[in-house]
Design a protein around this ligand. Structure first.
Ligand code: BTX
Length: 235
């Protein structure tokens, strides 16, 4: 029905009209690698650090179950795989998206998509939310706002899965390539505030080969920030 041209991702798709969170369902189910959980609405959509992700009908809310056999230090790179997949999908809709380190995709500095990765045992859940035809909270933006018209959610779903599948193959062979691809799409050389253990202000200069943010502080000192319990604000 979808005629997906993928080798791993989307071999099985489980659909709900309404669910708490596709990530929670993906975590609890014992399913084969590549299974996708997708829902029209989430009642408890989550972002990072227990933030709420608003998920009304009209958006694309899904989680992919992955079981990558890679070194532990390569697992966090999956968030970039998701973000690149979203940017490539938007590109196919003629929308120029950029990655805000580490897990958001922005259009005109407004959030069109967010990625939430979680590891449970051998499973890594790649959760992706894209505002497509839905109304968004303030500072959000949807595909329909950019294009001035609604688009087929099924079409966006299909091209996203195809992009993710292609990127997953690249990732399994060469996780570092995913970081390089993400770097090209990232918003860099902008002043930022990093919030986590206290506050650090600097210029987000680059990301390193492990995906850490390279921050240049006011005194010229370089600090590397690990994707963990931190969030980033543009200044
Ligand atoms: P995040 O923690 O980077 O972003 C969460 C923040 O984004 C919220 O605090 C709010 O300010 C803002 N926000 C909430 N909802 C939206 C929205 N629809 N559009 C734009 N901004 C919003 C980002 O977390 C990761 C989100 C992942 C969502 C997917 S959906 C499928 C899967 N299931 C699930 O529960 N989460 C993931």
């Amino acid at each position: 029905m979808l005629s997906l041209k993928t080798s791993i991702i989307g071999k099985k798709v489980i659909y709900y009209q309404e669910i708490s969170s596709t990530n929670d369902v993906a975590k609890s189910l014992d399913v084969e690698e590549g299974t996708v959980i997708v829902a029209d609405r989430q009642t408890k959509g989550r972002g990072r650090l227990n933030r709420k992700w608003i998920s009304p009908e009209g958006g694309l809310w899904l989680s992919v179950v992955l079981k990558p056999k890679v070194a532990p230090q390569d697992i966090p790179k999956i968030v970039f795989l998701g973000a690149i997949g979203v940017v490539r999908t938007l590109e196919e809709l003629s929308i120029p998206g950029r990655i805000k380190w580490p897990n958001d995709v922005l259009v005109n500095f407004r959030k069109i998509s967010g990625i939430l990765t979680e590891k449970v045992g051998e499973k890594v859940i790649l959760g992706i939310g894209i505002n497509v035809n839905n109304n968004t909270p303030e500072n959000g933006i949807a595909v329909k706002d950019v294009l001035g018209k609604e688009v087929s959610l099924v079409h966006v779903f299909k091209i996203l899965l195809e992009n993710l599948d292609e990127l997953y193959e690249i990732y399994l062979k060469s996780p570092g390539t995913i970081v390089e691809l993400a770097r090209e799409l990232m918003i860099l050389n902008v002043p930022v505030k990093v919030l986590g253990n206290g506050e650090v202000v600097g210029i987000a200069e680059d990301i390193d080969e492990d995906g850490r943010l390279v921050l240049r502080l006011g005194n010229g000192e370089i600090r590397k920030i690990i994707y963990g319990d931190v969030s980033l604000r543009f200044l």
